[in-house]
Design a protein around this ligand. Structure first.
Ligand code: PMP
Length: 444
C-alpha cells in the first residue's frame, strides 16, 4: 500500500507537503484521511474521481454524502452556470430560487411547514436548538448517544465516561455544555428517566436524534425507536428534532421522517440539500415554532436570532432546487439505495467466503463496512459503551489503514468503513468495486 502512494501519488505528496506549511495538519476536511498523506483531487464526475497524478478511483465518498446524483451532475451544473451568467452567486436580497427551494422542501418533507436556510449542518443545528429553547422557554437538550450534530460548542459533547467524567472536547468551557445531556440509543427507559429528572428542574427543550442512529447509523436504532421518542417528547412537552443532514434526501425525498412515518417538530437539513454546492444547511419545522425566527417586529414578541451573510444565496438555492428536482425525476434515492443493496450483498458474500469477522450492513445508499460486529451490540450501559469506545479507538487506526489499502486498489471510502453510493453507481461499477474490495480483504 505504501509503495502505491510513493510510486503513483507523487503529485499528491508534494501538494500535501506544501499544504502542511500553511494548513494545520495539511487537511481541512475531517473526511480526508491522511495515511500516509491525503490525495489531491483534480477531477470528479459521476462515480469517479481522478487525482492530480492521473489515478482514477471509484468514488464511494461522494463528498461525505451530499452528491446523491453523483459528482458534478450536468443537469445541476448547467442551471448553476446559467444563474451565474445572470446574477452571480449572491446579492443579499431575495431571489426566486430561495422561494422555489423552500416551497419544494416544504412539499416533500412531512414535518417541514416553513424553511430557513443556514450556512451548514452545524449552523442549522445551532438554530434549531435555539428555536426549541425559545419556544419552550427551557434550557436542556438531550442528544442521543454518540450522534454527530456538527461542531458547535454545545453539541461537541464527549460522553462522560464512568469514573473519569472526562470530556472529550478540548477548548469548550463546561458552561457551554452544561445544558447538553446524552442518552444512549435504543434505551428508552433511560431517556424517560432523564426527561423525568429534567421535569423537576425546568424541563427539557428538545431531544435531538439522527433518525437512522448515531453517526449515520454506525450504531443503528431499532425500527420503532423514533416513534417511541416522539411519544416520549409529547409526554414531557419536549420538541423532537430530527437531524436529517445525512438522511434528507438519501432516505428518500421525504427523509427519514417519511420513511419511519414520524413527524418531528423541527428538522435539520444539510449535505444533499444543495446537491453538493456550498452553504448546505437549513432549519425546517412547524409553522408556529419557525415563526419565532421573526418574532413580532414592532411588538414585544420574542425573536430567536439567526444570521449569515452568504446564507440562502441564489447559487446554493438554485443548485438545491435543481438537484432535488433531478433526484425526484430520476428516483435517485431509490436507485442509489439499490446500488447500496447490491454492494452490501456482495460484501457479505466476500466476508463469508474469506471467513472474516467483519460486518456489512446498509440503509439504502449508506453502507457500513465494520471490521468488528461489536458496534451493533446492545449499548445500553455506560460500562459497555466505555468498553466499546476503547475498542473503537483501537479499530479506528485499523480502519484508516484499510481505507488506505482500498485507495491503493482504486476505491475511495469514508475512512475505510463507510460508503455512500449515488445514482451514478451502475451494476458494472458496483461489481468492479466488489472485485477490488475482495483483492484487499484477501490480504487481511
Ligand atoms: N449532523 C449530521 C448528522 C452530520 O452528519 C453532519 C456532518 N457530517 C452535521 C450535522 C454537520 O454538518 P456540516 O458539516 O454541514 O456542518
Amino acid at each position: 500500500v505504501m509503495d502505491y502512494f510513493e510510486q503513483r501519488c507523487q503529485g499528491s505528496k508534494r501538494m500535501a507537503e506544501q499544504a502542511r506549511q500553511v494548513i494545520p495538519g495539511g487537511v481541512q476536511h475531517n473526511l480526508a484521511f491522511n495515511l500516509p498523506f491525503p490525495l489531491a483531487i483534480a477531477e470528479a464526475n459521476g462515480a469517479h474521481m481522478t487525482d492530480v497524478d492521473g489515478n482514477r478511483y471509484i468514488d464511494f465518498l461522494q463528498a461525505g454524502g451530499p452528491t446523491l446524483l453523483g459528482s458534478n451532475h450536468p443537469a445541476v451544473r448547467s442551471k448553476v452556470l446559467e444563474l451565474l451568467e445572470h446574477c452571480g452567486p449572491t446579492t443579499g436580497l431575495l431571489h426566486e430560487y430561495e422561494v422555489k427551494l423552500a416551497e419544494l422542501v416544504c412539499e416533500l418533507m412531512p414535518g417541514v411547514d416553513m424553511l430557513r436556510m443556514a450556512g451548514s449542518g452545524t449552523e442549522a443545528v445551532m438554530g434549531a436548538i435555539r428555536l426549541a429553547r425559545a419556544y419552550t422557554g427551557r434550557r436542556r437538550v438531550i442528544k442521543i448517544g454518540g450522534g454527530y450534530h456538527g461542531w458547535s460548542d454545545s453539541m461537541v459533547y464527549g460522553m462522560r465516561l464512568p469514573k473519569t467524567g472526562r470530556m472529550e472536547a478540548v477548548g469548550i468551557p463546561r458552561g457551554a455544555t452544561a445544558n447538553t445531556q446524552e442518552s444512549l440509543p435504543n434505551d428508552l427507559e433511560a431517556i424517560r428517566r432523564r426527561l423525568r429528572w429534567n421535569r423537576l428542574r425546568g424541563g427539557t427543550a428538545a431531544v435531538i436524534v439522527e433518525p437512522f442512529g448515531p453517526e449515520s447509523g454506525t450504531r443503528p436504532v431499532t425500527h420503532d425507536f423514533n416513534a417511541q421518542l416522539r411519544k416520549l417528547c409529547d409526554e414531557f412537552g419536549a420538541l423532537l428534532i430530527f437531524d436529517e443532514v445525512v438522511t434528507g434526501f438519501r432516505a428518500g425525498l421525504g427523509g427519514a421522517q417519511a420513511y419511519f412515518g414520524v413527524k418531528p417538530d423541527l428538522t435539520v437539513l444539510g449535505k444533499c440539500l444543495t446537491g453538493g454546492y456550498p452553504m448546505a444547511g437549513a432549519i425546517g419545522g412547524r409553522r408556529d415554532i419557525m415563526m419565532m425566527l421573526v418574532g413580532g417586529i414592532g411588538t414585544t414578541a420574542k425573536r430567536a436570532f439567526v444570521g449569515g451573510t452568504l446564507t440562502a444565496n441564489p447559487l446554493s438555492c438554485a443548485a438545491g432546487y435543481y438537484a432535488l428536482k433531478e433526484i425526484q425525476r430520476t428516483d435517485a434515492a431509490v436507485k442509489a439505495g439499490q446500488a447500496g443493496d447490491r454492494l452490501r450483498r456482495g460484501l457479505d458474500q466476500i466476508i463469508e467466503r474469506l471467513g472474516l469477522p467483519y460486518v456489512a450492513y446498509n440503509m439504502g445508499s449508506i453502507v457500513h463496512l465494520q471490521t468488528s460486529g461489536v458496534m451493533l451490540l446492545d449499548t445500553s450501559s455506560l460500562l459497555k459503551l466505555a468498553r466499546l469506545k476503547n475498542e473503537a479507538k483501537q479499530r479506528k487506526h485499523m480502519m484508516e489503514e484499510m481505507g488506505a489499502a482500498y485507495t491503493a486498489h482504486g476505491i475511495i471510502t469514508l475512512a475505510g468503513s463507510r460508503i455512500y453510493t449515488s445514482l451514478a453507481d451502475t451494476d458494472e461499477i458496483v461489481d468492479e468495486a466488489l472485485n477490488r474490495f475482495e483483492d484487499v480483504l484477501k490480504l487481511v
